[in-house]
Ligand binder design. Sequence first.
Ligand code: HEC
Length: 135
Amino acid sequence: MRKTVITAAMSAVLVAGVVWAQDHEEFEKWMKETNAGFASLRKSVAAKDGPQTAASADKLARLFDDVKGHFEEHKMADGVKIAETAHNAAKDLAAAAHAGEWDKASADLKTIGGACQGCHAAHREKLPDGSFKMK
Ligand code: HEC
């Protein structure tokens, strides 16, 4: 009986661990794509490249939507709000790029950069091996 209980408890921990790992892997993938998207956005805004900027900004907006969903699942309201701010700024940036309003595009880019930093300060923890986890 005792053994069954222990085995059951151990499998529960194992299942929770696997779910966490998958969840984390997916989030990490989004962050890597977000990072690449943001780098290319900075370049295309500097070069005033409308089509490229709009495409990168749209992609970032979609990623921030996924990120927002993740924070909703974890019931972290401040993270949801930051993701939403970043999403809206990415949408505005795409519109500004289409319209050729580069001052506005630069301001939106700053808002997105602030969202990266704000969310990382609140919810990203650096592990001793140099990788990151959500907190
Ligand atoms: C709403 C919250 C939120 C926003 C907005 C956000 N991040 Fe993150 N980011 C996280 C969290 C949480 C982690 C740590 C979890 C992880 O890496 O699995 C992370 C991790 C990362 C990592 C490390 C990924 C790795 O290799 O593990 C990079 C790079 C990154 N973010 C870049 C960015 C950039 C660039 C932006 C803005 C354009 C951004 N993030 C916006 C929450 C956010």
